[in-house]
Write a protein that binds this ligand. Structure first.
Ligand SMILES: [Zn+2]
Length: 179
């Protein structure tokens, strides 16, 4: 029995690897101040080439997802518990992710392309606003995957750039947005 559970989780991982694509998950509570930002005066350097004078960026995580357009509310009995119908009815799309993905309401999913060197670039495929995270996809006591329901973000903000830094061999992405 235990083995079967493990296989299903692995299978989902394989499906993601084969059919998924990589996007950036942006935790909106992880605002990072730029080195040029002066906490006393609360000002950034206008000429800063790193943050373009914004003074901050958002840390983003690269994750593999599989997405599809949401089905009608009637086909989603699990998520109806504890969520208003309105939210689901307007959900534009859902993303399937690994259980390890720490995403919550109001976080953003940024659709990006990847160049030959593995660097992300914004391809105008939208920023998506997470409205609900379904964590009920269990088999026995093992979570197999999570579903993030999203709406297209009302984007008054514009992405100005995506930066990559490598810290101790771990790639970190930060996104510069106009506010
Ligand atoms: Zn700066």
């Amino acid at each position: 029995m235990t083995k079967l559970k493990m296989d299903v989780a692995k299978e989902f991982e394989q499906i993601l690897k084969k059919y998924g694509r990589d996007v950036l998950f942006l935790r909106t509570d992880r605002k990072l101040y730029c080195e040029c930002y002066n906490e006393v005066t609360q000002e950034a350097s206008r000429e800063c080439p790193v943050c373009l004078g914004l003074g901050w960026s958002y840390i983003a995580e690269r994750q593999t997802v599989k997405s599809e357009t949401s089905m009608a509310a009637v086909q989603l009995p699990n998520v109806l518990k504890g969520v208003s119908i309105g939210d689901i009815a307007t959900a534009a799309r859902k993303y399937f992710v690994l259980p390890s993905v720490q995403a919550k309401e109001k976080d953003l999913i940024v659709e990006v392309g990847w160049d030959d060197a593995g660097r992300p670039y914004y391809n105008n495929n939208g920023m998506w606003n997470i409205t609900y995270v379904d964590k009920s996809q269990f088999l026995g006591d093992q979570e197999i995957f999570r579903i993030c329901y999203v709406n297209e973000a009302v984007v008054r903000t514009k992405i100005r750039g995506i930066r990559i830094a490598e810290i101790n061999g771990v790639k970190q992405y930060s996104i510069l947005m106009e506010e």
